[in-house]
Design a protein around this ligand. Structure first.
Ligand code: GUN
Length: 289
């Protein structure tokens, strides 16, 4: 059994990016620039955005954090997006989700210039991915593909089961795994809250990508020996032994599942660090145009 070390892989990739940025600057070019819009003070979003800003520093990127309070109007947000779209000094930007209820998330996403949409959430980028054209791919599935590539996980002809159908993870993950590419070329089954026989389907899987947000959902009896298990879950669960009072728990019952697997990602330190790394790769790509 191999534990896929996302933290180590992400650190290696960030080093590779930093070396490339250094070379660009040595030749007189400017550093890539990522901007992030953060609305409100949600604990999870604050942490994610802080980590994105930190990763920019590690890659030698410039970063800008633009903050709004919870009561910001949709019009004001759209105005800021227009400004970023038109700012030649900004290569890519993200609007951290979720947004407050009074704001139409899809309208906000559609306002982003697809060429600056380093999250890969704009329908143009989703469409390009689905027909195999170059564009920006959502960071979490892109990071998982990179892990499969770097660890040499065989995917061709395998049965991949994706648990969850979110626009950010489940759907793009299924699309990428079925793509005629390497990694890819899988036969893909997507399971969700209305799937009656998830356990049986998982038992048939060579690769399981768990992105449900249900801690410990994938148990030992659902995993075939030699399977590859990728855990996207990052739920905060109470933990009195921690100073914070919580810890992150994945969708996989790691302690009991790990020994059956060929490859498995831990939580934390698996998919999470790669997600931010993909955003950095997308930003470099946006810079290069
Ligand atoms: N909220 C949770 N994940 C993400 C992400 O990858 N990008 C943005 N913008 N918001 C998120």
């Amino acid at each position: 059994m191999t534990i896929i070390d996302g933290k180590k892989t992400a650190a290696e990739i960030k080093k590779e990016i930093a070396a490339e940025v250094n070379e660009i600057e040595n030749k007189g070019g400017r550093a890539p620039h990522l901007a992030a819009i953060l609305v409100g003070h949600d604990g999870g979003s604050e942490t994610y955005v802080a980590n994105k800003v930190k990763a920019c520093g590690e890659c030698g990127f410039r970063s800008s954090l633009i903050r709004f309070e919870d009561d910001v109007t949709e019009e004001r947000l759209l105005e800021e997006i227009k400004r970023l779209n038109e700012d030649d000094g900004v290569d890519g930007f993200i609007v951290q989700l979720p947004l407050p209820k009074h704001i139409d998330e899809q309208r906000v996403i559609r306002a982003i210039d697809p060429d600056k949409d380093v999250d890969g959430f704009h329908p143009v980028n989703v469409g390009k991915m689905s027909i195999g054209l170059p564009g920006f791919v959502s960071a979490t599935p892109a990071g998982i593909i990179e892990l499969l590539r770097r660890y040499g996980v065989e995917t061709k002809g395998k049965h991949a089961v994706v648990l969850g159908r979110s626009n950010i993870v489940g759907k793009p993950m299924a699309t990428l795994l079925m793509q005629k590419a390497n990694p890819g070329n899988c036969t893909v089954t997507v399971c969700h809250s209305a799937t009656p026989n998830i356990k049986e389907i998982c038992r048939e899987a060579d690769i399981i990508v768990a992105a449900l947000g249900v801690p410990g959902f994938v148990t030992e009896d659902m995993v075939r020996p030699g399977a590859t298990v990728i855990d996207v879950g990052t739920t905060r669960v109470p933990d009195a032994t921690r100073k914070s009072g919580w810890r992150l728990r994945g969708d996989v019952d790691f302690d009991n599942v790990a020994e059956k697997c060929a490859f498995i990602t831990p939580v934390p330190g698996g998919v999470g660090p790669m997600t931010i790394c993909s955003l950095m790769m997308n930003t470099l790509k946006a810079y290069k145009g």
